[in-house]
Design a protein around this ligand. Structure first.
Ligand code: AP5
Length: 223
C-alpha cells in the first residue's frame, strides 16, 4: 500500500501546528514540526541548536542542509511507516527537491495543502500566541486562552511566548515566507499534488475543510 505525506504549507501563524495536531490524532500519522525539533535543539544547546538559533531569532531560515538532515533522520522512525504530516517543511524549493528524491520510486503520495491567511491576521495571531514547552499545545491570549491562565490545561506547565513572535521578527518571517516558501505552491501545483483551504474562520471550520481534503486523497488512493 502506498504511503501518504501530508505537507501543511502556509505562512507563519496560518495554523499549521494547531491543525496538524488535530489531523495527527484523528488519522494516526505523526505530525512533524521542524520548528519544534529546532527549538528543542536550541533549548538543549546542542551544536545544531547553537547554529539554528542565529537564524531563528532573526526570523530567517535555517540552512537547507541542516534541516534536510533532521527530516531524513526523523522520517526513518517506525511511526512514519504509513505516512506522516509535515508542518513547516519543506520551506524552499531545494528542500522540496530533497524530499522528492528521498522517496523517489517508493510510491509515496504527496499532498501539499496550502492554508491561506492574510498577513495582518497573521501578525495578530503570532503576537498573541502562547505555547506549552512540555506538550506543545498552542493557545492564543484572546481567541483560545488556557482555562488555567498562564499554565497549560493539559500538563500544567508554565506557558511561554516564542522569542520570534515579536512584531519585528514576525514581519521578517512573513517576508521570508513570501520570498522563499510561497513558490512551493506553484511547485506542488505543477506536480498535481496541491490543494488549498481557507485559513481564516474558526479552528473547527478550517479543520473540517482540511479533513475532507485528506479523506478525499485517501479514498482516491484506495479506489
Ligand atoms: P516554525 O515553528 O515552523 O514556525 P512557522 O512556520 O513560522 O509557523 P508557526 O509555528 O509560527 O505558526 P503555525 O502555522 O504553526 O500556527 P499556529 O498553529 O501555532 O518555524 C520557526 C523557525 O524555525 C523558522 O522561522 C525558521 O527559522 C526555522 N525553521 C523551521 N522549519 C524550517 C525549515 N524547513 N527550513 C528552514 N528553517 C526552518 O497558530 C498561530 C496562532 O494562531 C496560535 O496562537 C493559535 O492559537 C492561533 N490560531 C490558529 N488557528 C486560528 C484560527 N483559525 N483563528 C484564530 N486563531 C488561530
Amino acid at each position: 500500500m502506498s504511503r501518504l505525506a501530508v505537507i501543511l504549507l502556509g505562512p507563519p501563524g496560518a495554523g499549521k501546528g494547531t491543525q496538524g495536531r488535530q489531523l495527527s490524532s484523528e488519522f494516526g500519522y505523526p505530525s512533524i514540526s521542524t520548528g519544534d525539533i529546532l527549538r528543542e535543539a536550541v533549548r538543549n544547546q546542542t551544536d545544531l541548536g547553537k547554529e539554528a538559533r542565529q537564524h531563528m531569532d532573526k526570523g530567517g531560515l535555517v540552512p537547507d542542509g541542516l534541516v534536510d538532515a533532521i527530516v531524513r533522520d526523523r522520517l526513518t522512525r517506525a511511526d512514519c511507516r504509513r505516512g506522516f504530516i509535515l508542518d513547516g517543511y519543506p520551506r524552499t524549493v531545494n528542500q522540496a527537491e530533497f524530499l522528492r528524491r528521498e522517496y523517489a520510486g517508493e510510491g509515496m503520495q504527496f499532498l501539499a495543502i496550502g492554508v491561506q491567511v492574510r498577513d495582518e491576521v497573521l501578525v495578530k495571531r503570532l503576537t498573541g500566541r502562547r505555547s506549552c514547552p512540555q506538550c506543545g499545545r498552542i493557545y492564543h491570549v484572546d481567541t483560545s486562552p488556557s482555562r488555567k491562565g498562564d499554565c497549560c490545561e493539559e500538563c500544567d506547565s508554565a506557558l511561554i511566548q516564542r522569542k520570534d513572535d515579536t512584531v519585528e521578527v514576525v514581519r521578517e518571517r512573513l517576508q521570508v515566507y513570501h520570498q522563499s516558501t510561497r513558490p512551493l505552491i506553484q511547485y506542488y501545483r505543477d506536480s498535481g499534488a496541491y490543494a488549498e483551504i481557507p485559513g481564516e474562520g474558526s479552528v473547527e471550520d478550517i479543520y473540517r475543510s482540511l479533513r475532507s481534503v485528506v479523506q478525499e486523497q485517501i479514498a482516491g488512493r484506495s479506489s
